[in-house]
Each structure stands twice: as C-alpha cells, then as structure tokens.
Design a protein around this ligand. Sequence first.
Ligand code: FAD
Ligand code: DLZ
Ligand code: SF4
Length: 548
Amino acid sequence: MRSLRFVLGDQLHRGLSALADLDADHDVVLLVEVRAEATYVRHHKQKIAFLFSAMRHFAAELEAEGLTVDYVRLDEPGNTGAFTGELKRAVARHDPDRIVVTEPGEWRVWEMMRGWDADIPVPVEVRHDDRFLCPRRDFAAWAGDHRPLRMETFYRGMRRRTGILMRDGEPIGGRWNFDRDNRKPLPRGYQAPERRGFVPDAITREVVALVERDFPGHFGTLAGFAWPVTRVQALDALAHFIADCLPAFGDYQDAMKTGAPFLHHALIAPALNAGLLTAGEVCRAAEEAFHAGSAPLHCVEGFIRQILGWREYVRGLYWARMPAYAATNVLDARRDLPWFYWSGETQMNCLAQCVGETRDNAYAHHIQRLMVTGNFALLAGLDPAQVEAWYLAVYADAYEWVELPNVHGMVLWADGGILGSKPYAASGAYIDRMSDYCGACRYDVAARTGPTACPFNLLYWRFLIRHAERLADNPRLEMPYRSLARMDAARKVTIVDAAERFLAGPEMGPAPGYRERAELDLGRPPPRQRRVPTGETPEDALTTASKN
Ligand code: FAD
Ligand code: DLZ
Ligand code: SF4
C-alpha cells in the first residue's frame, strides 16, 4: 500500500505515530508551509520563523535518511495556503492508497480533519499522538472519575503511572510536591546564568528573510532569534538547562528581573511543543540529574511537575472539554484589550517590561504570563477571547491546546474553576515581592489610593468587591475577603472610584492613531469563533483504525 504521510508543523518527531511502519520504497512524507496557519492569529514573527525553519530542517533530515519527502514552501506557485487544499494537491501528485496523519494539537484543525473524509478521495487514517504521556482517552476516563478535576491528583497518578521520581511505589523524598521550598525572590547581587542561543544557519536566515518580507505586520522582532531549530540543537538546549539552570530552577522559578528575561527557565517549550523533544525524555533527563547528585530534589520535582503534571493536565483538559470550554465567561469580563498589550507603551513598568520582552523574544516566563499580563487581564475584566488571541499570537510556544486552559482557566477563571480552584488575583505587593519592577515605576506600589496608587492595587480590591457574591465563600480566598471585611465602607468607595477612573483613562485605551494603524498594519486579531458543543467528544470521533 502506498501511503501519504502528512506531518503537521508541530509534529516534527521521527517517532511520530504517522511515521510508524513507513515503507521507504513507496511512501511519501508531506510537509506544507501554509499561510492560513501563520495567520489564523497573527503569530509573532519568531514563531513563524522558528516553525518554518524547524520544518525545513526536519524535511532535510528525513531526506538524508533516504525517505521521499514532498515539501511545499510558502512561496511555491500554486500553494493554496491551507492544509486541506495542499492535501488535495498532494493526493493529485502522488495518487496514494491512503493518507496517514497524527491527531492535531488544536480543535480547529481537528474539525478540518473530520471534513477530509468527504473532501479527499482516499481514506484518511488519524492516529493517536503518543508524544504525550497521558493519552487523551485515559485523561477522559480519569476526568470522569475525579470531580472536581485537580492537577495535583492527576500529577500523583502520572508519577505512579510513569514511575518518575518514585521508589517502591512511594514518592522519592517522602513528599509529592516540594513547592514550599521553591519560589524565592532573587538574592541581592544575583547574576543570571549565561544562556545558550543558537546562531541562525543558512536555512534559518532564509526563513527569517521570508518572514520579514511576507509577514511585515505581525507582532515582534526577529533580530534576537536564537531558538533551537533541530533535534540536535534542542537536545543541546536541554543539556545546557539541566547542567546550568536546573540546580536553582525551583528556587527562582517565580522571580522576575529587569534585563534578565530567562533566569533559570528551560526555554524548551517551543521545541517540546513542535516535537523536537518529547515530554518523557525531558522528565527523565531531569530525574537523572537528581540521581547523579547534580540537582536538588525540590528543583527537579518542581520542574518535572510542570511537564508531567501541568503540561499533560492542560492538554487532557483541553480535549476533554472542547469546544464548550472556550465559550464560557463566568466572570462576565467584557472590556477590550488595551493597546499597550501590543505596543508596550504604558506607565505600568511591570507590564511595559513583560510586553517588551515578549516582543523581542517571543517569550515571557510563566510568572510574567500569569502574574503580570495575566493578572492585569483578570483584574481589569478583559474579554477572554481577546486575551486568548493575544497569548496565542505572541509566544513561540503557543498552541491552543496549551494556551487556552492556561489563559481561560488559570489566568482568567473564565471556566468558573474547572482548571483551578481559585483565581490568581494579586495586588501590586506580589509583583513588588517577586521583581525589581516597582522601583522604576511611575506608580507607587505601596499606595492604595491617590493619583500615584499602583493600578494593580486599585483593580485588586475592585475585583474582590465586584465578584464577592461568587468568590467570598471560596476557602482559598478567605484571607483577602477577611481583609476586605475590615475595610471601612468609605475607603472601599474611594478605591472603586479610583479604579473606575483608571479603567476609563488613557492607559486603557488605544493611543491616538493606533486603532487605525492596528487595523491597517499590525492587525487586532479577531476574536476566535466560538462553537457550540456538538455532543461528540474528540475521543468518540478518533478513527478506530489507529491502534498504536
Ligand atoms: P519552564 O518554566 O522552564 O518550564 C518547563 C516546562 O514545563 C515548559 O517548557 C512547559 O513545557 C512546561 N510547563 C510549565 N508550566 C506549564 C503550564 N502551566 N502548562 C503547560 N506546560 C507548562 N506554555 C506553552 O507551552 N504554550 C503556551 O501557549 C502557554 N501559554 C501560557 C499562557 C499563560 C497565561 C500561562 C500562565 C502559561 C502558559 N504556558 C504556556 C505555560 C508556561 O508559561 C510555558 O510553558 C513556559 O513559560 C515556557 O517556558 P520554558 O520552556 O522556559 O518553561
Ligand atoms: C503554527 C504553524 C505555522 C505558523 N505554520 C504552519 C505551517 O505552515 N504548516 C504546518 O504544517 N503547521 C504550521 N503551524 C503549526 C500548526 O498551526 C499546527 O500544526 C496546528 O495548529 C495543530 O496544532
Ligand atoms: Fe507594576 Fe504597580 Fe509595581 Fe508599577 S507599582 S511596576 S504598576 S506592580
């Protein structure tokens, strides 16, 4: 049988299920660069360059192995610009007996694939994506038995299932979670470790030029492009992280410092999400560092939990709950995304720093995403669809399966607590404790009222007051609501008035001329289309032909 093996841009893994049992003499591997994937949100220039370069390198590696690869470049004449059109053209070129593909990461593409049975004149076999440690159907079964869903319970199950950091059925060190030993502010005089960047080779340089030419209005700069674009480079990046950064990863996981965007973070998510690394090998590498005595348990466990726990959990939740998941807006947040999320032009120094780093690196670390840009969006009541489109566009590692639960659930609590038990609302005091941003800010983080009061403080109390009916009984919010109860009524009114004035003020709007420029040039990503549940789960629909 002659098969056309269709590999999507975030599936660049030689062990991919779609490439299993490949017949090198007859099969053709297809990869396509298509405009629709680069523009369904206007991805950061570095994300597009990263993926096109990684795809081209991967195709070259398969060819070097002796496989037949059909690689469609973005500027190839006749390129239809979309997956379905390119698949149809490839079928016409190769006349295969069947198409083999691995399930996609995003619901949007899943729906597209379900249309292929009608659109494509040969059978399409959709296989499970076994790069993840928890198959979608296993998560769905687990979720059916565990209400409410909680990451910690899931994570313990995954530790047992994989045996990672386990001894004789018990967690190594006697505890599942060492979080209380992590999350310190940076010490005085702290020097961030030197980070390994990857100098763009000829393929990457060609792609960078293409992106500058073809996607000029997209967010972000390309000058600092240094992402690993091959498996060899990704393994090198992983080895560098394990040796130089993991030993203090947990300690400084939540810290933020001006001019030090990466600190001890792994910087592996773009490679991991695109298939250049697998979750299993990353967790094993960290575990080995612990057994070799080169990294302490609290750092290793803290790191492994992010991947074995959070990453697998959000992916499982996404597939178990889509498409209904994206449609909720429990806190009734309706405000437009202010322009400074794109321009970085705001007097709130924490936000200016995080947006600026995002523009330059297509990266911000977890706490910057959660407690600065995310916290502001939560407190200000920004429209979930607009916030989600922003997060999906601006990070090199962003795909909806991981972005959506993090933004919709963890940050905005728009799901009403399916992903996490409480909103991560925080005042400026948290940002001040964990960063050096406040010292250089026009606002005063210690002030709760008056013209220089930190907007995070004003918005924090307004948020608690506004959502008291829904949140005051939440046991995890007992402390803030007790403080609120002690506040006298007049002070509450003063704070809420000041917060409303801030929300109506210049920081929150588009700067003069920006709205026009946005539409003409930089593009405000349109809110994603919301779909109503069909009643069918993704698991029901996955072809039974795929047993691997
Ligand atoms: P490290 O901080 O070194 O962590 C190691 C790895 O753990 C990451 O590479 C990632 O694979 C995994 N991880 C850590 N936290 C999470 C999490 N909450 N969910 C899933 N995986 C996690 N991650 C993405 O890969 N793509 C996204 O689009 C994305 N959007 C996010 C949006 C928001 C609002 C928040 C709060 C988090 C988001 N994350 C996302 C999770 C996390 O912030 C990134 O994975 C991380 O910053 C990537 O950098 P790193 O590789 O240096 O990770
Ligand atoms: C993100 C992305 C971009 C920018 N371009 C392509 C592309 O040209 N070809 C491709 O196969 N994949 C691309 N991707 C990744 C897809 O968007 C991703 O495979 C789907 O969103 C499913 O997760
Ligand atoms: Fe951010 Fe407030 Fe600190 Fe300024 S004072 S950096 S707005 S937290």
